[in-house]
Design a protein around this ligand. Structure first.
Ligand code: TYD
Length: 134
């Protein structure tokens, strides 16, 4: 869980409107191979509920708010994202669930690799077995 990091992004404040940005390997510790986003989430829905064998991600609430609930096999931790000028860096081998999406929330995810279904662990018991916890 210590590998998880809240990362503040640059903020260029301007009376015309503010601007933030992300540069790979400067603000986040990996090269970006894929960008995806989650939107139009109906109230009460849950996304995620899986872990990745190798993938690293960086998640930003571009609009609205939602919670990221992480489990490392021992401990659960909840992060609430609600601003577009910081994000959460998630290394591999963490169980991730996204919930509590506000109306019109927009969840941006930068990923260290292309989409590969074989990198997913979708069974929590299998996840615990893989990281050596019974
Ligand atoms: P999934 O990662 O399970 O969604 P979430 O973790 O947000 O609940 O992906 C849902 C579906 O979308 C699944 O069939 C795979 C597909 N998908 C892609 O084709 N490419 C992608 O980059 C992602 C993230 C998902």
């Amino acid at each position: 869980m210590e590998r998880v990091k809240v990362i503040d992004l640059p903020r260029i404040l301007d009376v015309r409107g503010n601007l933030s940005f992300i540069e790979q390997k400067r603000h986040i510790p990996f090269e970006i191979k894929r960008v995806y986003w989650i939107y139009d989430v109906p109230a009460g829905e849950i996304r995620g509920s899986h872990a990745y064998k190798t993938l690293h991600e960086f998640i930003v609430a571009l609009s609205g708010s939602f919670d990221i609930v992480l489990h490392d096999g021992k401990e659960e931790r909840r992060y609430s994202l609600n601003r577009s000028y910081y994000g959460l860096y998630l290394p591999n081998l963490l169980w991730k669930r996204l919930e509590n999406f506000s109306t019109n929330s927009l969840c941006l995810i930068l990923a260290s690799d292309f989409y590969k279904e074989e990198d997913y662990i979708r069974d929590f018991d299998e996840f615990k077995k893989l990281i050596g916890i019974r």
